[in-house]
Write a protein that binds this ligand. Structure first.
Ligand code: E4P
Length: 218
């Protein structure tokens, strides 16, 4: 499963990229606003740090303006992935862009039928929002299971990008279901490394090692 960071914070992206485990980045208008940075400038900077897809979202609601915005965004770098909302105009834009060889992430997906439409529109990625789904009394992971089943039934190549990830269990369940990608805030990605028994094990080994009086680097 690929790991994308859901953030526009450069320091966090750099730190995760240095682990060699980061496959891409997703941003949205709220994350750009939170960063306080210029959209074009920060997107270009992120694209230079990571080799994989960097999702940059259009804000227009009509197809014609979405295409114009996508045109500006895709000129920023080769790894820009245009993010469009799951609407009729969004999917029209998705079809036009993917037919033209541009990566597209169809965002704000909340039903398996919507994911089916995104695949038919040739989306590179579809982003079902599991956290927001859970918040509203639905089962986010059940949605991922349904999309996986439908995509496998028809061999759709659209990648399932689990979004709105809130905790490590979302990551684990996504991997068990066979989602292609998950995007999570840096804090959640970093917490994947943690286990109390790992810390306890290191502590015990170091205590015993100190008692030997040896050192590896002489
Ligand atoms: C995905 O691409 C979105 O940016 C993101 O995952 C939304 O997450 P949120 O529900 O935590 O805002």
């Amino acid at each position: 499963m690929k790991f994308f960071a859901d953030t526009a914070e450069i320091a966090d992206i750099r730190e995760l990229a240095e682990t060699g485990l980061l496959d891409g980045v997703t941003t949205n208008p709220s994350l750009i606003a939170k960063s306080g940075r210029d959209f074009m400038e920060v997107t270009k900077e992120i694209c230079a740090i990571v080799d994989g897809p960097v999702s940059a979202e259009v804000v227009a609601l009509d197809h014609e303006t979405m295409m114009k915005e996508a045109d500006v965004l895709r000129r920023l770098a080769d790894n820009v992935c245009i993010k469009v909302p799951l609407t009729i105009d969004g999917l029209k834009t998705c079809k036009a862009l993917t037919d033209d060889g541009t990566m597209v992430n169809v965002t704000l997906c909340f039903s398996a039928n919507q994911a089916l439409l995104a695949a038919k529109a040739g989306a590179t990625f579809v982003s079902p929002f599991v956290g927001r789904h859970d918040d509203n009394g639905f089962d986010g992971m059940e949605l991922i299971e349904d999309i996986r089943l439908i995509y496998d039934n028809y061999d759709y190549e659209t990648q399932i990008l689990v979004a709105s990830v809130r905790h490590v269990t979302h990551v684990l369940e996504s991997a068990k279901i066979g989602a292609d990608v998950m995007t999570a805030p840096p804090k959640v990605i970093k917490s994947l490394f943690n286990h109390v028994l790992t810390d306890k094990g290191i502590e015990g080994f170091l205590k015993d090692w100190e008692a030997t009086g040896q050192s590896i680097l002489r």
